[in-house]
Design a protein around this ligand. Sequence first.
Ligand code: GNR
Ligand code: NI
Length: 168
Amino acid sequence: MAILDILTFPDPRLRTIAEPVETFDESIQTLVKDMIETMYDANGVGLAATQVNVHKRVVVIDTSDERDQPMVFINPTIEVKEGNQAPYDEGCLSVPGFYEEVERPENIIVRAQNEKGESFELQPDGLLAVCIQHELDHLNGKLFVDYLSAMKRNRIRKKLEKAQRLKV
Ligand code: GNR
Ligand code: NI
């Protein structure tokens, strides 16, 4: 197992559109295991492969308090049902230290495959519904800061660029 490095906004690699997974071989099982370990190590609720610079449509999520119920979503799709948008104070491991309210559809159906390639469907609510939409955005090169005003996004970008400069 391995803990992977997480890319930070505004790294242009976070804008890559991930490719569908076609073969569910050992390399996918290893990627899933490493992503789960990385998510737990970073105390994240979810992680998309894009964030660890692997551009495949793989997401892991664990919204449980005990951090012992990892879920795997490969090639996920979302169908938006009739209903409301709800605001949620979102954070992102690729935008460390910043939390902002984002509105997203509340009623969705998620279809995906597990690490064995078996298809499943679920109707999530609460944080899981928010998180799966946040992760699918990552696979499409999108970040929660894209929903904010340009002024807020630029302020966050400048602060993170400065923090990166101090690190390297
Ligand atoms: O850890 C995370 N918490 C979170 C909180 C509110 C909405 C979305 C998230 S996902 C985030 C982990 C992450 O960056 N996943 O891509
Ligand atoms: Ni994120």
